[in-house]
Each structure stands twice: as structure tokens, then as C-alpha cells.
Design a protein around this ligand. Structure first.
Ligand SMILES: Cc1cc2nc3c(=O)[nH]c(=O)nc-3n(C[C@H](O)[C@H](O)[C@H](O)COP(=O)(O)O)c2cc1C
Length: 222
């Protein structure tokens, strides 16, 4: 596939045929994905390749509480898990809301689940003293994660970047023996997608790019 087509069609794959994604194919994906950049080239990324069904089941269960809140907020028309606008969902509402299967079942159905962690002792966090939620640290991690997703797409496989279970990071740490100085960044179930989506819903360039200043005119070709 052309790079352009890969970038335009790498979707969140959550339904898998059951066809295995072999260690050999996964190795090739990681072998190329590792060329992703990181702040200062510190390369604090590690990835845990989880195939064990019981562990994948535990990861699915760990996503449930966050998935319940996610769905409760969706039902209220909120942006789930946003750190700026507080939720109006009560603990009782959250508890009474079921976790949608699409947020938990991919871990059980996947051929493999990749757990991406980063060494917090080397990751660069230039926004650490700002009065807002941290964003910059993720930039040393997600290029690698997304490379894996793109390369999996090219190889005919697919997955979804997931983060819900990370709300329970201490339990993931215990489950996978992750040391305290590593943070969990993404949990990516992968397999052979039942359907390959080719048209993704994304905002046009004119809605996301502007000239010169934030309040500048929309960026266009002409
Ligand atoms: C940072 C991030 C966190 C995400 N967390 C979850 C998650 O916890 N569970 C999930 O099912 N999907 C998760 N997603 C997947 C998004 O919902 C998905 O990429 C988005 O809806 C676009 O889907 P599409 O490519 O199929 O159009 C996450 C995606 C990103 C980039």
C-alpha cells in the first residue's frame, strides 16, 4: 500500500476474524516502528506483547470502570474524561451505566494486546510546571504507538489505541510486573480486522489549520 493510503485508512479496528498475528509479523512491524522519534532521542519506550488469554481478560476487566464513566458522559452529551470541563455524571449514574462491549471485548478477541510503557526517568516533559494537564510527555511515546498501527494496517492487520484501563494503572502495573518508574501509555488490541474501513470521518484541513495566528483565516490551497 502507498503511505498515503495507509495514513488515510488506519482506523480503530475492534472486530477481529481470529486469524493470528504471528510473532514474525509483529517483529517486522516493531522493527520498522522503532524508528519513531522521542524527545532528545531518549527512547524510553517499551512494549509488552500479551498473548495470554487470562491476562487479556484481566485487561478487559480493568477497562470496565473507565468505560462506564465514558458511556455515562456520552449519554449526557459530554466529552468523556475531559480534565477541563468537570463531569455532571454522578457516581450512581456511572455505576448504573453499562460498559459498552466495544470498549472491553477487543482485548479478549485480539490475537495480541500490546501494552506500551515509557520510562518516566527519561521522558521529556516541558509542560510539567504549567497549570494544565500534561501533554508533552506523550509526544515521546505516541509516534511509536502510531507507527505500529500504521505498519499493522500495511500488513493487513489492525488495532485500536486504548487508554481506558490506564485509569487503573496501579492494577496494570501489578498484573504485568511494571516497575513504578514506568508509565502505561497505551493498550493496543490487534488482530485481522473483520472489515477494513477505507473512509474515515475527519475534519477538513480548513477546519484545523489557520494562517499565522490562532484566530487567523482558514488555511487553504489558494
Ligand atoms: C489517545 C487515544 C485514546 C483512545 N482510547 C480508546 C479507548 O480507551 N478505547 C477505545 O475503544 N478506543 C480508544 N481510542 C480510539 C478512538 O476512539 C478512535 O481512534 C477514534 O474514534 C477514531 O476512530 P476511527 O479511526 O475508526 O475513525 C483512543 C484513541 C486515541 C488516539
Amino acid at each position: 500500500m502507498e503511505l498515503n493510503d495507509v495514513v488515510r485508512t488506519t482506523f480503530a479496528a475492534r472486530d477481529y476474524t481470529g486469524e493470528p498475528l504471528s510473532d514474525e509479523t509483529l517483529y517486522d512491524i516493531l522493527e520498522t516502528a522503532r524508528f519513531a522519534p522521542s524527545g532528545g532521542n531518549r527512547q524510553g519506550n517499551r512494549v509488552i506483547v500479551v498473548r495470554d488469554a487470562e491476562t487479556r481478560n484481566s485487561l478487559a476487566e480493568l477497562a470496565v470502570p473507565a468505560a462506564k464513566r465514558y458511556m455515562a458522559q456520552i449519554n449526557l452529551g459530554e466529552s468523556p474524561w475531559n480534565a477541563v470541563v468537570p463531569t455532571k455524571a454522578t457516581p450512581e449514574q456511572i455505576e448504573a451505566t453499562p460498559a459498552a462491549g466495544l470498549l472491553t471485548e477487543p482485548f479478549r478477541a485480539a490475537s495480541v494486546v500490546l501494552v506500551f510503557v515509557v520510562d518516566l526517568k527519561v521522558v521529556a516533559s516541558m509542560d510539567q510546571d504549567l497549570d494544565r494537564v500534561g501533554i508533552v510527555s506523550g509526544a515521546s511515546v505516541y509516534p511509536f504507538v502510531w507507527n505500529v498501527c500504521l505498519l499493522a494496517r500495511q500488513a493487513g492487520f489492525g488495532g485500536t489505541i486504548t487508554t481506558l484501563a490506564i485509569a487503573q494503572e496501579p492494577k496494570i502495573r501489578e498484573l504485568l510486573n511494571i516497575p513504578p518508574d514506568f508509565g502505561v501509555c497505551a493498550i493496543v488490541p490487534m488482530g485481522k480486522p473483520v472489515k477494513q474501513l477505507t473512509k474515515l470521518r475527519r475534519n477538513p484541513v480548513e477546519d484545523i489549520a489557520v494562517y499565522e495566528r490562532f484566530d487567523g483565516d482558514a488555511f487553504t490551497k489558494d
